[in-house]
Design a protein around this ligand. Structure first.
Ligand code: SF4
Length: 336
């Protein structure tokens, strides 16, 4: 897909003292993005919807001074961020509720300091291996054509005997990553869904075909790979469509002999997320009928609505059996 170009970039004056900050601002200028030097991001829409749409085209170049990383179960030990938010408009994005009414994208430029913090967390757990996720509050690849920061981090992890990185994306601008010296210390996971789900709900992200191409390219570049199938949604043709998806993957990766991991996540929502989705996407085709769901207590102190046990058990069974039949080299990490 065409790489995302922001409409506007605000620049925190603190970013200017970092070499990476200067470089990223130069890249934004090369993309003809208007630059505003300010400690404040100004987004003036005429409605909440307009605020949201404008924010999704605005970046803020700033610094990330976080010293203590948050844990990130079940996918890794810790999470860190090079960017926040994302230019995608996935209707069920879990960031809908955490990024506020104006989810503009932050680009962090103090990469060396972020690396120091990661290194401290690795050292704290020696001689164990510590794993890190960089896609918890962002899509880490979506802005890579502007920042080139992810490639630097991948190189860094390539040199860490006791550190491992996990990337997840729905975007296909991965050129900088293909030549990074990862030494197999970065696991590259592509987020997939059925063609119907991607086209209906995951606006302004790469298509299924483009994402599969990403998985092919990164596997050829030697990265360990995995697929996250999320959210698994029940709709009229869901069984046929998820079966087609797994069979298609199995055909395309028939020659790939290394392990392929799968992470499977059923669709869920909180009441707050539901209200936001309905205000931002009033014509959504997402089934948000509470009566068809069951409540589950979430780790962040909120109830979420998941599929009733008898349905989610069938979903889990179907996905496990499909993957185990179609792949000889698959490992399912979790279904949740
Ligand atoms: S690509 Fe990921 S982070 Fe971006 S909107 Fe979609 S779900 Fe959210």
């Amino acid at each position: 897909m065409k790489p995302f170009i922001p409409d506007k970039a605000f620049v925190d004056p603190r970013s200017l003292k970092y070499e990476d900050g200067q470089r990223i601002i130069e890249n934004l200028k090369n993309y003809q993005v208007p630059i505003f030097h300010s400690r404040k991001v100004e987004i003036e829409g005429n409605s909440k919807k307009e605020d949201y749409l404008k924010a999704k085209k605005t970046v803020y170049v700033t610094v990330n001074k976080q010293k203590k990383l948050r844990v990130c179960r079940p996918s890794a030990d810790y999470q860190f961020a090079l960017t926040s938010s994302c230019p995608g408009h996935c209707e069920y994005c879990y960031l809908q509720t955490t990024q506020g009414e104006k989810p503009y994208m932050k680009i962090y430029v103090n990469i060396d300091e972020i690396i120091d913090v990661i290194k401290e967390h690795i050292d704290k757990h020696l001689p164990d291996i510590t794993t890190f996720e960089c896609g918890s509050i962002t899509d880490p690849v979506a802005l890579e054509h502007i920042t080139h920061s992810l490639a630097r981090i991948v190189d860094f992890f390539g040199r860490q005997p006791n550190g491992r990185l996990r990337i997840i994306t729905k975007f296909d601008n991965i050129d900088t990553l293909l030549s990074a010296k990862h030494h197999k210390h970065t696991k590259f996971r592509v987020s997939l869904n059925t063609e119907y789900i991607i086209k209906t709900f995951e606006h302004r992200t790469s298509s299924l075909e483009e994402r599969i191409r990403v998985a092919k390219k990164v596997s050829q570049a030697g990265y360990p790979i995995g697929f996250i199938i999320a959210p698994i949604v029940i709709y009229e043709q869901w069984k046929e469509d998820y079966t087609d998806l797994i069979q298609q993957l199995s055909d395309l990766f028939a020659d790939y002999e290394e392990e392929i991991t799968f992470e499977l996540i059923q669709h869920r929502y909180t009441q707050t997320a539901k209200e936001l989705i309905l205000s931002r996407f009033p014509n959504t085709k997402l089934d948000l009928d509470d009566k068809k769901r069951q409540l589950k207590w979430g780790p962040y102190g909120k109830y979420k609505y998941v599929y009733p046990k008898e349905i989610s058990s069938k979903m889990k069974q179907m996905m496990y059996s499909l993957i185990e039949t179609e792949f000889k080299n698959a490992r399912i990490e979790y279904f949740t």
